[in-house]
Design a protein around this ligand. Structure first.
Ligand code: 1JT
Length: 259
């Protein structure tokens, strides 16, 4: 298996671990099991403490943990300078970040403010471009960049509102980045994950209803797990997917195909 994956000893940057339930943490666990070296970025001090505690609990070690605020170009640049000093090359980046103001994730879409729109785009979509810009020069042996999207990018999902537009922008950015970076043997893909009970999903009023509808409708008749997102992310980061770039890959039990 190791020969097929070629992930052992590879340096993978994981952005977006907020707590144990984060998609990014599921990815970290799977990558660790496969023998990758993990580099974490965090924004808030509190997230760093959580990452350290999670690592200790699971008897895992990080190669490096660096601060990185994706709303700030200087912070992204500094983070990747630090990473570049620690490792010869990086082989993958997991971008598992999104944010919007709570008031923009409920109510009528038409009430979206200019500033709320810009903030969601900046944090959730532009951040991938800014990260790719700083990460790609370190991918001297080729690489794979993976981001997390959601079905609301292409379907109107009640309440997803401004995040739907941000994810549509993220998925289009994946395609343009893939076209741009392909000549450097850097692949760029998105995973469109099914609904998962994470910190981001907290405070979404209709979330239980979403989970129940998926269970009833999806071909697999259930919701997905963090581990399933981790396994697909490993596949997309690894040599198993060496011919795949610019794709949006659904890990949703098949929910998206249903009418
Ligand atoms: C964000 C939040 C991004 C929640 C997110 C998200 N991507 C998926 N979810 C969960 C979700 C949220 C809604 C929804 C379905 C799933 C919150 C913080 C900002 C970033 O409605 C259909 C609203």
């Amino acid at each position: 298996m190791d020969e097929l994956l070629k992930i052992k000893g590879k340096n993978i940057v994981i952005m977006g671990v907020a707590n144990e339930r984060s998609l990014a943490w599921g990815v970290a666990r799977t990558l660790h099991q496969a023998g990758a070296n993990l580099i974490f970025t965090y924004r808030k001090e509190r997230s760093m403490d959580r990452i350290n505690k999670l690592l200790a609990t699971h008897e895992m070690e990080a190669k490096l943990i660096v601060q990185c605020d994706v709303n700030d170009d200087g912070s992204i640049q500094q983070a990747f300078v630090k990473i570049g000093k620690e490792v010869e090359a990086i082989h993958g980046v997991v971008h598992s970040l999104a944010f919007a103001h709570a008031e923009d994730l409920r109510g009528d879409f038409i009430d979206t403010t200019r500033s709320g729109f810009a903030f969601a785009q900046d944090t959730s979509a532009y951040s991938l471009i800014a990260v790719a810009k700083q990460a790609s020069p370190l991918m001297t042996e080729g690489g794979s960049i993976v981001t997390m999207s959601y079905l609301g990018a292409e379907r109107v999902l009640d309440g997803y509102n401004v995040m739907g537009i941000a994810k549509a922008s993220l998925e289009a950015s994946v395609k343009y980045l893939a076209a741009n970076l392909g000549e450097n043997n850097i692949r760029v893909n998105a995973i469109s994950a099914g609904a998962l009970r994470t910190l981001s999903a907290k405070g979404v009023p209709s979330f239980n209803k979403i989970l129940a509808i998926v269970e009833e409708t999806a071909p697999l008749k259930r919701n997905i797990t963090q581990e399933e997102v981790g396994k697909m992310t490993l596949a997309v980061l690894s040599d198993l997917s060496s011919g795949v770039t610019g794709e949006v890959i659904y890990v949703d039990g098949g929910y998206n195909i249903m009418g």
